[in-house]
Write a protein that binds this ligand. Structure first.
Ligand SMILES: Nc1nc2c(ncn2[C@@H]2O[C@H](COP(=O)(O)OP(=O)(O)O)[C@@H](O)[C@H]2O)c(=O)[nH]1
Ligand SMILES: [Mg+2]
Length: 680
């Protein structure tokens, strides 16, 4: 199916022609029929000789009803341009043609009507000459009479050829159905009609009604008065909506698919660099022409007011819309100045539907220069260059396909911007580490804010580096992300300075520890040597002071996985916890503090905080009588592994030992119980 709109001056025979072609009455209103004047859009359809079905949107020709005409022409792919043989080229002939050109309609046909009243030759030549230089280009012309019927078979054949040559739109394209009529039917409820230019609507589908974004489910669907389960554009459709009160929908609203359009009040557009208004000399440029500060913007069946700001001396303008519209990059919008003496109709191409603010001095001029160099329509690369970062979903909602793969999550990045940021992040992290060597590293959130990035995941992706980085570190130095902090990659690693054997194996070895200043690393080495023979005799305050291990240094060493910090002042080797669990598992359960202290070979000064630490970690359970027992704890991974290995029955202690030994180091001094253990 195809949809064709009529166009042409009032009283030139548009409605009569549609009536003759379809046998249907396009003038729907009693007032229209009484006055013999089309006021609003009319709809009629027929089958062409080739079997193709075609619907006509019959528009009013009178200058007072140009907005209605634009609502009808907005979404259609082709026009039937009508000129009366006895009337010739008239003001609304010119205005309609300018509108068609502004919308960018490329397919059409000229019908010279009332050819029973005058020689159609002069009017045909006049019209073809005008049409030729517009988006319609060269069109076939047919002389007809709606009264005698002469020329009608030829016109039908020409329409058949026109329809056959029209492009078939993508049935998977995003749905945007501009409402041109809304009414309610007793028993059915709210109905809206429109020309579906592309995509598919289906009964049961949920769409959103703009600008409110009110959800509206399709209860039923008709195309040309016949119920259908679905309709693919191009089609005339009547949609029965559920969830929308009668009287709510109106012309200019649109039914759209969620997530596939950008509802916006601000757009950057390209104006024609030459004014198509035929009343101005054609060599006059926009910069010489004074645009009114405000014009009426039309797209589809919608119209709203647009404040216009030219960006520098370019043909680029920023439009601030009174009402939000569902738009895509590449959309054609029409700007009209109803107040001007000389009619002004401009077609503009939407270049950006979420344009960035123009805050800096000179930003407008720079933006104008940049956008003027963009192709029509702009590509994903153009938009990414402007925005730096866009979510894949946002780009899709702009109607822009393609683009590079995401750099993090669903974030797309401009390749140049991305490369530059990697260098800046490295510099920042190095500077941060130099300022504060004991710091755990730079929080990614701080880096995100400093780089002005929209999401921390981008910082983390920058730190991970390009997937295919060669063996050599770039000279600027790279960054690594460890334990949730950013550190320079090239810095010496504290762990290398500690005897390998004294560092706990397993879980700690999986992580790359951050660098510690040499003094702290040496102190840790000394502590671990002290603990070699008596693993639960924690160094006392004097020893810590002597080694220069203040609470900051202890915290840094604990984060690096080199020490287990039981409390601020009680530190053990990182494997102390797993060792303690193994020892306590051998005791009869429950056990007293004294029994535990004895088995661990330590003092009350260490035993009590250590047991409390194990309580918090969910390893031990303190009973009301102050005794403790090991909890029956299943670590998810341990449990999974047991199942995988087909292990049979286990003693509670054994399971706990497996679970606890598999825990990565937990510094739970401040944060309470960790969530890594799952008590059952
Ligand atoms: N003689 C003659 N009259 C026509 C023809 N087509 C339309 N008319 C008359 O011209 C007038 C305007 O026609 P109408 O279809 O309403 O024009 P519209 O304003 O372009 O829709 C009406 O009185 C029609 O009867 C035609 O081919 N021959
Ligand atoms: Mg009419």
């Amino acid at each position: 199916m195809q949809v064709i709109a009529t166009a042409g001056h009032v009283d030139h025979g548009k409605s009569a022609l549609v009536r003759a072609l379809t046998g249907m009455e396009p003038d729907r209103w009693a007032e229209e029929r009484r006055r013999g004047l089309t006021i609003d859009l009319g709809f009629a359809w027929t089958k062409l000789p080739g079997g193709e079905r075609v619907a006509f949107v019959d528009v009013p020709g009178h200058e007072r009803f140009v907005p209605n005409m634009l609502a009808g022409v907005g979404p259609v792919p082709a026009v039937l341009f009508v000129v009366a043989a006895d009337g010739g080229w008239m003001p609304q002939s010119a205005e309609h043609l300018a509108a068609i050109d502004a919308v960018g309609i490329r397919h059409g046909l000229l019908a010279v009507t009332r050819s029973d009243l005058a020689d159609p030759g002069p009017a045909t030549r006049q019209a073809l000459d005008r049409i030729w230089s517009t988006s319609l280009g060269a069109v076939p012309a047919v002389a007809v009479s709606a009264v005698t019927g002469s020329g009608l078979p030829e016109l039908r054949d020409a329409l058949s050829r026109l329809v056959a040559a029209l492009p078939v739109p993508d049935p998977a394209a995003p749905v945007r159905l501009w409402v041109d009529r809304a009414f309610s039917i007793r028993g059915s409820g709210t109905v809206v009609t429109g020309t579906l230019p592309a995509g598919t609507v289906t009964a049961g589908q949920e769409l959103l009604l703009t600008p409110s974004l009110r959800p509206a489910r399709i209860r039923g669907l008709e195309s040309m008065n016949e119920p259908v389960a679905s309709a693919a554009g191009v089609a005339r459709v009547a949609v029965n909506l559920r969830g929308v009160p009668a009287g709510f929908p109106a012309r200019g609203m649109a039914l759209v698919e969620a997530g596939r359009w950008t509802l916006t009040r601000l757009v950057d557009v390209r104006l024609p660099s030459r004014d198509p208004d035929l009343t101005l000399p054609s060599e006059m440029t926009l910069s010489q022409m004074t645009l009114p500060p405000e014009m009426t913007l039309h797209i589809g069946s919608a119209r709203t007011q647009a404040r216009i700001r030219l960006l520098g001396r370019s043909p680029i303008a920023r439009l601030a819309l009174r009402d939000p519209l569902p738009l895509h990059v590449g959309d054609r919008v029409l700007l009209r100045d109803p107040g001007s003496a000389a009619m002004t109709i401009l077609g503009a191409t939407v270049l950006d539907v979420v344009p960035p603010a123009l805050a800096r001095r000179g930003a407008a001029t720079a933006a104008g220069r940049e956008l003027a160099s963009w192709p029509d329509p702009p590509s994903a690369a153009d938009l990414l260059r402007r925005h730096g970062f866009l979510r894949a979903g946002a780009l899709a909602a702009m109607g822009v396909a393609g683009g590079p793969g995401p750099v993090a999550g669903d974030w797309l990045a401009d390749p140049d911007r991305w490369a530059g940021l990697r260098g800046r992040l490295a510099e920042m992290v190095v500077a941060h580490a130099r300022r504060d060597p004991l710091a755990i590293g730079m929080p990614p959130e701080a880096a995100r804010a400093a780089l002005g990035l929209p999401d921390r995941a981008l910082v983390e992706a920058l730190a991970r580096g390009p997937a295919s980085s060669g063996g050599d570190d770039p000279p600027s130095g790279q960054v690594r992300l460890e334990d949730g902090y950013l550190r320079p990659a090239g810095s010496p690693q504290a762990r290398d300075q500690v005897p390998g054997g004294s560092v706990a194996g397993g879980s700690v070895a999986r992580k790359r520890p951050p660098s510690l200043p040499p003094r702290t690393a040496a102190a840790v080495k000394a502590i671990l040597a002290d603990l070699e023979g008596a693993p639960f005799l924690a160094p006392d305050a004097g020893r810590l002071r002597e080694l220069g291990l203040d609470s900051r240094a202890i915290a840094a060493a604990a984060r690096a996985g080199l020490l287990l910090r039981v409390t601020e002042q009680i530190v053990l080797a990182p494997d102390a916890r797993a060792r303690a669990v193994r020892i306590l598992a051998r005791l009869e359960q429950p056990f007293t503090t004294a029994q535990a202290r004895q088995a661990l070979g330590t003092t009350r000064r260490v035993a009590i905080p250590l047991l409390e630490y194990l309580d918090r970690a969910g390893v031990t359970q303190r009973l009301p009588d102050d005794r403790r027992r090991l909890r029956l704890v299943f670590h998810r991974h341990a449990q999974a592994r047991h199942h995988r290995l087909g292990m049979g029955v286990h003693q509670p202690g054994e399971l706990v030992a497996v679970a606890a030994a598999e825990q990565p180091h937990l510094d739970i001094g401040h944060d309470g119980p960790p969530d890594l253990l799952n008590a059952r």
